[in-house]
Design a protein around this ligand. Structure first.
Ligand code: UD2
Ligand code: MN
Length: 579
């Protein structure tokens, strides 16, 4: 493929081992670890010469607020300030295909100006903050793979339009192996289009798809300015988004900052604050014990997503992202743990807002991390867990026992980096950063057994039939040893779980439902497992029962009075069913 401004990049050739910098003439700082060793911190740390942001009591606009204000004349077309954009009936069929291909309604995107104004969702206090006068210049890094045109290009427009020109060094875009033959707009047309920015927007193409994680590290290696800002390829920068985001980094180069990510609807292109956040839409990143989703019950505070800013040298010093992470997922945990545990941190900056278009259902592309162990995310998760979680790893494996067999490659470089440079352990992270771990929803209950639940002496297994959220009953079906819908976990405290949901009898005991696990307040909504004795699974004293009809051995599972020596009420849990 043609490329601009550089050669095709082979990641392995370009990757350099992390080094410790001794910049600003200061001696590298050392710190004692939890186990009494001394490690060398990377990065400079706090620079007292950079003042903290200052809230103006006079209520006047802060020094970096757009001044003169952004000219709003002419901004009255579709989608301006986040006004809802509508699909016409005759467009609907085409829209469906477009969503399948790109994950967004590009027909509606094309109705909106590239220079539209976003909706300003900031707290009104944000406009009255003075940030340091002198701030570092940034390289905005955007990686993309097979993205649609409008949201991609609007990302560049929004950054150019709403970043003070003296701070915007460049926008580095990395085409991560897009298939130009299928997406011709990403070839010559994109190269022609970005010329309007006179070289500020630089395009590099990976020789092959590296995945978003290595692609970002490649972008960092092309970048030349002091601070890196990573954005997805379908973002819209908010009003005065950059100074608040980089001010904390100017003061302390060991910390990384995360803007508040506003959600842009992929159909109508409206803006809304984050779900799960407070009344201001302020949600902080977190993780569940199995790394799937960010359920509020399992929320752990103060972790980054994929949009963040970091001092470029510091990103290098911490070894960028673990290069063994593939395609998509888990890198936000890796970089967050690394930053916190190695003497820095991750901070949310509520006055910096960036809109992000979330993929719509029906997208045929890179899937979110559904429960398929072959998904590259799970390999990534294992790498992160094995390097950073210490003894806490058991909680992950209690929720994902089958992943203990998944190959995750070699992490010795990451382990060595941690050993040499990181003073804190995971317990410190949990206590000092994530805190609040006493609730039963926080730590999973111990895993007693996992695998298929097989009727004793039979070929019949408990099967969720793909149901969840109470949308249909779990039944019995022929054992297939493929895991999936027949993979269950038996947890102390009385839970039969699949993924993050649990099995419970319907109120009339005529069938089994699967839905969110219930808080156990009394033994009455807990299962009792007699795994080592009579093999019964009991709920409120009654037994889980499969069909005793030889002609119809599969079907509904019931809860019946327990009968001694009834083989149809006896179960075995076998780990042999995986993947
Ligand atoms: C979320 C994060 C994203 C990243 C990801 C987990 C937000 C708003 N987004 O992404 O930053 O942390 O979760 O890994 O927090 N891409 C490539 N190569 C690939 C696949 C994707 O370059 O092989 C690009 C893609 O075009 C996009 C970016 O990577 O610009 C992130 O991917 P996404 O937008 O599909 O995923 P999303 O928003 O769920
Ligand atoms: Mn995205």
């Amino acid at each position: 493929f043609p490329h601009i401004g550089g050669n095709e990049v082979d990641f392995n050739e370009r990757r350099k081992a992390p080094t410790v910098v001794k910049n600003s003439g200061r001696k590298p700082e050392t710190m004692k670890t939890w186990d009494g060793r001394t490690v060398t911190l990377v990065g400079r740390g706090i620079d007292e010469n950079v003042p903290e942001p200052y809230y103006r009591p006079d209520g006047k606009d802060g020094n970096w607020e757009h001044n003169p204000p952004i000219d709003e004349t002419g901004h009255d077309g579709p989608g301006e300030r986040g006004a809802s954009v509508h699909t016409l009936p005759e467009e609907e069929e085409h829209v469906k295909e477009i969503i399948k291909e790109f994950g967004f309604n590009l027909v509606n995107s094309d109705k909106i100006s590239m220079d539209r104004l976003p909706k300003d969702l900031r707290d009104k206090e944000c406009v009255s903050i003075d940030y340091p006068e002198k701030l570092p210049m940034v390289s905005v890094v955007v990686v993309f793979h097979n993205e649609g045109w409008g949201p991609l290009v609007r990302t560049f427009h929004s950054v150019v339009n709403r970043t003070p020109p003296e701070l915007l060094g460049e926008i580095v875009i990395i085409d991560d192996g897009s298939i130009i033959k299928d997406k011709p707009h990403l070839g010559q047309p994109l190269e022609e289009y970005i010329k309007r920015w006179n070289g500020k927007v630089k395009l590099y193409r990976n020789a092959r798809r590296e995945g978003l994680i290595r692609a970002r590290s490649i972008g960092a290696q092309h970048a030349t300015f002091e601070v890196l800002v990573f954005l997805d390829a379908h973002c819209e920068a908010g009003y005065n988004w950059l100074p608040p985001l980089i001010a904390p980094i100017a003061r302390n180069d060991r910390i990384s900052t995360v803007p508040l990510i506003d959600s842009i609807d992929g159909q109508r292109y409206t803006f809304s604050g984050q779900a799960g956040g407070d009344s201001h839409g302020r949600a902080q990143g977190g993780w569940e014990w199995n790394f799937c989703g960010r359920d509020t019950h399992f929320r752990r505070k103060t972790m980054a997503g994929g949009l963040f800013a970091i001092n470029r040298e510091h990103f290098n010093n911490v070894g960028m992202y673990d290069p063994g992470l593939e395609i998509w997922g888990g890198e936000q945990y890796e970089i967050s743990y690394k930053l916190w545990m190695c003497g820095g941190g991750v901070y949310f900056v509520p006055c910096s807002r960036v809109g992000h278009v979330y993929r719509l259902e029906g997208w045929g592309g890179n899937p979110p991390p559904e429960y398929v162990p072959s998904n590259p995310s799970f390999r990534n998760y294992r790498r992160v867990i094995e390097v950073w979680w210490d003894d806490w790893a058991k909680y992950f494996y209690w929720n994902r026992p089958e992943l203990q067999k998944l190959d995750y490659g070699d992490v010795s470089e990451q382990v060595k980096f941690r050993h040499d440079h990181c003073p804190h352990n995971f317990t410190w992270l949990m206590e000092e950063v994530a805190y609040g771990i006493t609730d039963m929803y926080d730590a999973p209950n111990e895993l007693l057994a996992w695998g298929e639940i097989r009727g004793k002496g039979s070929n019949i297994c408990v099967d969720s039939m793909g149901h969840k959220d109470n949308d249909g009953p779990a039944e019995s079906w022929y054992c297939h040893k493929q895991g999936g819908n027949q993979l269950f976990r038996i947890h102390a405290g009385g839970f039969i779980a699949q993924n993050l949901q649990c099995l419970y009898p319907a109120s009339d005991n005529s069938k089994m439902n699967i839905h969110a696990c219930e808080r156990v307040n009394s033994p009455s909504n807990a299962w009792k497992f007699n795994l080592d004795t009579d093999g019964t699974f009991r709920y409120k004293g009654k037994c889980l029962t499969r069909s005793n009809d030889a002609d119809k051995p599969t079907g509904p599972l019931t809860i019946e009075d327990c009968r001694p020596d009834d083989i149809y009420q006896q179960w075995e849990v076998n780990e042999e069913a995986v993947l």
